[in-house]
Write a protein that binds this ligand. Sequence first.
Ligand SMILES: Cc1cc2nc3c(=O)[nH]c(=O)nc-3n(C[C@H](O)[C@H](O)[C@H](O)COP(=O)(O)O)c2cc1C
Length: 442
Amino acid sequence: MSDKRPQIKLGLSMAGYGYHHSAWLSPDVPADGVSSFDFYLNQARIAERGLFDMAFLADFLTFSMIDTPRGVSGRSVRGGSFEPLTLLSALTPMTKNIGLAATTSTTFGVPFHVARTFASLDLLSGGRAAWNVVTSFQDEEAENFGSAQILDKSSRYDRAEEFVDVVLGLWDSMAPDAFLYDRASGMLFDPTKVRALNHEGRHFRVKGPLGAPRSVQGRPVICQAGASEHGQELAARTADVVYSVQPTLAGAANFYEGLKSRMAKYGRDRDEIKIMPGLLPVLGGTETEAQAKFKAMQEMIDPLVGLRYLSALFGDLSDYPIDDPVPDLRQDKELATRAQVILNLARENNWSIRQLYQRTAIGNTHNVVVGTPEQVADVMQEWIEGRGADGFNVLPALSPVSLVEFVDQVIPVLQRRGLYRTAYEGTTLRANLGLPEPPSAH
Ligand SMILES: Cc1cc2nc3c(=O)[nH]c(=O)nc-3n(C[C@H](O)[C@H](O)[C@H](O)COP(=O)(O)O)c2cc1C
């Protein structure tokens, strides 16, 4: 038996000013960051210095002007000004090893276009591209695409299943040796090694082929984050990386086992998916110092922004006394998995409304670990060894300062423990993640 320790995989989520919903108020955060290319370049380079597997950009197809509770509009933004693929394309020549993951919606995108843009990013980056497959969930997004309401979840996943298949099929248009570049015979490519898709399904008719040669990593990596029954089935069948929201090891281990055990029926090995729950570290030289820092972060949340975070999940709570226990929250809408997690936390801990947003509007219900670098490394080790994770999606509370702390203080501890690389293993994202070469139909 090998005595090699499991190797932790790391992603960086470059969301907005950081995961703290009022992060931009911090003097440590550049106030104009989210519309500045250098803000993202700096984060990608810091993550690359920390040997991260990938940097990830979430995306939502709306700029919210919702003013619930009244007065909140204009007090914060979530997400960036940049369209993810455009930004990651610009980061490509400025980085060397780090994977670049962009979010694109299967509800509002078109498979041919998605296949083409991600294949391009994969070629440009030398095999470092990843597609974070989301189905979107907000009515405000639907309103930008001709409908008043988002499709119901089941229909969204139905479309997503076929969407991903079409994209995978298009990415497999060419055999690895399809391009001959043979001036002597005059043959540029071998037509017998290029395959039309001829897909005709319930949602899409796509002939193909896609004109992109097979990438050095076979095809872009597929990330997925839906945790519902539908979401997990889609992931078990098609994902290479799964982001999850798991605030406890028990829940994470349950999710991990559940998802990995679904893979066999799709003929997949358990190691073919890397599960990376979110981790928001709040670091201090001592535990007391870290706790004080966390308290200051909690107090920095603009109460209106905190209430808006909750209102997006549960409706407007601004008529309730903010320091009273969380009332019976509405159940009239199918709750997203994340909302259910939050509701359970509130019930278990008997939190007030203020405590609920203070606990959740920093880390979005992800696992928030407050402590010394060793304590954060302990939790990571415990989750890896307890089969709750293959790695983590690191969520800086305040960008980039929380990321710098993590890279400078936690990474060396993980390396000393033999749990983390000291150099990139390969040049492609797939090689660094330790994922197998995807099969080719040719
Ligand atoms: C870590 C994480 C990141 C996500 N990023 C996005 C995103 O960038 N854009 C988006 O529309 N949805 C995003 N989602 C939402 C999921 O894709 C999914 O729509 C949501 O979790 C509801 O589906 P579910 O009930 O299957 O979990 C994210 C979810 C998680 C857990």
